[in-house]
Design a protein around this ligand. Structure first.
Ligand SMILES: [Zn+2]
Length: 192
């Protein structure tokens, strides 16, 4: 199955926040409108895929949306001088609650492979998202969160490059598009 969701932001929690595109604008696009979509995101981005056909209740989808917006608020606040706690008690509590839940368990398999287990892949992957967010907003890495250089993309990503000069949320999408555009304009110049 091809990847449905954008990833590559450098942190699981940042990939999760981009499932609401164009947040706060009239062009907002909800990529996780229902249980099957949330299960698909977990299957693509989490360590344990949900059992095919398993039902994700609407309440869990609502929880996931609330967690996502709380993570977004913490990250946004963490990038300011005020720091993550300035986001306020509600988002902090929401992320703390999700982080307290059970996360998927890693185990080394007989053939040396890493295996992951979870009784509830969706909830436990959301717990992983929450823990990742808490770790990120309290670490110096938060200073390396950048906005994608594509004006049509509002994604943020963690710049892990040594010089700190990464520009695109993902080389597969925005970076590639920019490269193609550059090539097109270069060949247009050559043609003139
Ligand atoms: Zn982008």
């Amino acid at each position: 199955m091809p990847d449905l969701f954008r990833r590559g932001a450098g942190r699981l929690c940042l990939d999760f926040t981009r499932t609401l595109r164009h947040r706060g604008t009239e062009h907002a696009v909800e990529e996780l409108p229902d249980g099957p979509a949330l299960a698909a995101w977990v299957g693509q981005c989490g360590p344990v895929a949900p059992v095919p056909g398993s039902v994700v209740p609407a309440a869990i989808v609502r929880d996931a949306h609330e967690l996502r917006e709380a993570v977004y608020a913490l990250v946004a606040a963490a990038r300011t001088r005020a720091g993550a706690a300035a986001a306020g008690g509600a988002p902090r509590e929401r992320v703390n609650q999700a982080a307290a839940r059970t996360v998927p368990t890693p185990a080394l398999g007989e053939r040396g492979e890493l295996r992951w287990y979870a009784n509830d892949p969706v909830t436990s992957t959301l717990a992983l998202v929450a823990r990742d967010a808490l770790d990120l907003v309290t670490s110096p890495a938060v200073q390396r969160i950048r906005e994608c250089a594509d004006p049509a993309c509002d994604a943020v990503f963690l710049d892990g490059s040594r010089p700190g000069s990464r520009r695109w949320c993902s080389m597969d999408s925005c970076g590639n598009r920019a490269k193609k555009q550059r090539r097109r304009s270069e060949s247009a110049r050559v043609a003139v």
